[in-house]
Ligand binder design. Sequence first.
Ligand code: CA
Length: 233
Amino acid sequence: MPNEGEALRILVVEDEKQVASFIKKGLQEEAHAVDVATNGPDGEFLAQTSSYDLIVLDLMLPGKDGVEVCKTLRARKVRTPILMLTARDSLEAKVEGLDSGADDYLTKPFAFEEFLARVRALLRRDSTGDSASLRVGELALDRNTRKAQRGTREIVLTSREYSLLEFFMRRSGKVLSRAVIAEHVWGLDFDPQSNVIDVTVSHLRIKVDRGASFAMIRTVRGAGYMLCEEDDK
Ligand code: CA
């Protein structure tokens, strides 16, 4: 079991170059070491010959699919946690993945924050310490119920608003550009032509700041957005 904050060694078995590099880049930003295999047999070989803390395994792979790779690894007593990726949002694919010995699954496309949350849950570690709740000033976020509270007022969030607020809270006091927000909260399903970030921020701002004595979600002109703990006026 890795210690909190320890850099992990992670194997990513994924044939889609864009997905593999998205995951690799994100994990490297979290200080983890990442190896990528682009087909089933290479992934299976690396998983058996190197020691990894986690294997991210795509379901549809050339050479040998994720379910077969997973079955082989488990049969050979490789007990490394496996997070299965599937493009098929069908119950059948999930059941098949879990039956083969995978520990969890994630349906593509996914936001990187969701991917990281699954990785942390699998490794039973959380770099932010308290995994159940986050607090910034009078704003609290419960990761189990996915509800926020400002003071005593409860805030109900959509799933995207939740991901965005969690990202803001983990980086409170820092200016976050739209590019950084897109990468971490929307991930691969982000359409750069859209104004979805601004729209979601404005919805979140109404929920968080409405009726409050000061605005916590601020626009930093020409730079992006920032979550502030205190009224600095
Ligand atoms: Ca694939």
